[in-house]
Design a protein around this ligand. Structure first.
Ligand code: S3P
Length: 454
């Protein structure tokens, strides 16, 4: 099990890139696999989560080559999949399980989806319900409708119109993918805007998605419709850098007055850039430089100059846009003057770990007053952070958020069990060193961070 030890960091003056977007990597692999030919995906995120999706598609007969860690050559098989010989292990990846459930529900074979202890504890009723309505049979062999899920597919599925009970890109993606295997039009109605990569990638692969936005008594709804039987047209794709990975470095720079950071080739899809708006509100200077809109996904650079931060409120419709950034935003709240309030974020309790509880525990260990609420946190910032021994709770985003917190703490901070970082950010430690080295000597940079394996 690995541990990371960090100390207070110098000012940051750096220019970096981040690995490929996780959400887009999953979806690109699935759609390329279902497509009508061979395509090359570049900028793929070779984290454990996305590799779970690759292995699952391979287990269902798709040939996928990986000439370099970030390049995949996917031989799409015209929507044809074969029955997996074994249980499909989705590892730690909720996105893999929920998106794949939509795909396997529409096949005329039986499959079993499982995962690690964290994933089998996560709620799957939210996908079981619509997929059963479409005619698939799904039996949960776990606790509280959790995985392992035994999916008895049906081909074709029945089309449905499904109102999502929560803004969730995974559930939306699940139903839209199942809709490709239904007879007729399948619609999903979202109560709020969640990340829209499924619909954008479908369109990139030339599968039309109808999008209708309505507003009733101040409530905005998005209705998305796909037609069953559509064949994704295989096309090469360059996956942009992951804003959720960039968030850690943006935070590290934001909270140090005078720090300057440029992150290049990052995805600037506006369902993912909520963190930039929050950083601006907190007092950092942030600039987006859009460079490419060719492939349905905006890509460009983000530049940030750090400053004295002030607390803010993150709530309501903004939450789905920053859902994965809340741990690092909470750390920033601790570094900002005044109160930072996060509410309407109960979904965080059912992520890789209960992230509200994990953040509250770790911030308190660093001496930060935190009031934990059922749907959020109230953080009183502005006091110096104390170095501490912290747990990752096996959650990659908690491990990374508190590595950054350690860069601002007095004394040493140890984060236990940091192997989980590999689920979404291979190369995190190397980029941390790169960020530190750009503004200090190599020897000093390695004094700030040390990595221990035992
Ligand atoms: C994701 C959607 C979000 C996010 C997760 C990735 C996706 O989950 O937290 O890390 O790729 O669809 P929900 O859809 O459950 O909110």
């Amino acid at each position: 099990m690995s541990r990371l030890r960090v100390r207070r960091a110098p000012l940051i003056q750096a220019e970096i890139r981040v690995p490929g977007d996780k959400s887009i990597s999953h979806r690109a692999v699935i759609l390329a696999s279902l497509s009508n030919g061979t395509c090359v995906l570049r900028g793929f995120l070779p984290g454990a989560d996305c590799l779970s999706t690759v292995n699952a598609m391979r287990a269902m007969g798709i040939r996928i080559e990986q000439p370099e860690s970030t390049t995949l050559i996917i031989h799409g098989n015209h929507r044809r999949l074969t029955a997996p010989a074994d249980v499909i292990d989705c590892g730690n990846s909720g996105t893999t399980m929920r998106l794949l459930a939509g795909v396997v529900a529409g096949q005329d074979f039986r499959s079993i989806l499982t995962g690690d202890d964290s994933l089998t504890a996560r709620p799957m009723g939210r996908i079981i319900k619509p997929l059963m309505q479409m005619g698939a049979t799904i039996v949960s062999q776990g606790v509280k409708e959790g995985a392992p899920l035994v999916v008895g597919g049906r081909s074709p599925l029945q089309p449905i119109t499904y109102s999502l009970p929560m803004a969730s890109a995974q559930v939306k993606g699940c139903v839209l993918l199942a809709g490709l295997f239904a007879e007729g039009a399948t619609s999903v109605i979202e109560p709020g805007q969640s990340r829209d990569h499924t619909e954008r990638l479908l369109e990139y692969f030339l599968v039309p998605v109808e999008r209708v936005v309505t507003e009733e008594s101040g409530q905005r709804q998005i209705r998305l419709t796909v037609q069953g039987g559509a064949m994704p047209e295989s096309r090469d794709f360059q996956i942009p850098g992951d804003m959720s990975g960039a968030a850690f470095w943006l935070a590290a720079a934001a909270a140090q007055p005078g720090s300057h950071l440029l992150i290049k080739d990052v995805g600037l899809n506006d369902t993912r850039t909520g963190i930039l708006a929050v950083l601006l509100r907190m007092g950092a200077r942030v600039r987006e430089i859009i460079e490419n809109i060719d492939q349905m996904e905006r890509v460009g650079a983000v530049e940030i100059v750090g400053d004295h931060l002030r607390g803010t409120v993150v709530e309501g419709a903004e939450i789905p846009n920053v859902i994965d950034e809340i741990p690092i935003l909470a750390v920033l709240g601790a570094l900002a003057e005044g109160e930072t309030i996060i509410r309407d974020a109960a979904e965080l309790r059912v992520k890789e770990t209960d992230r509200l509880a994990a953040v509250a525990t770790n911030l308190r260990a660093m001496g930060v007053p935190v009031d934990e609420r059922p749907d959020g946190l109230i953080i009183t910032g502005g006091q110096p952070l104390k170095g501490a021994k912290l747990k990752s709770f096996g959650d990659h985003r908690i491990a990374m958020a508190f590595t950054i917190a350690g860069l601002f703490a007095k004394g040493e901070t140890t984060i236990e069990d940091t192997d989980c970082i590999l689920t979404s950010y291979p190369g995190f430690e190397e980029t941390l060193l790169e960020v530190l080295k750009s503004s200090t000597s190599g020897a000093e940079a390695t004094k700030v961070i040390s990595s221990l394996k035992n």
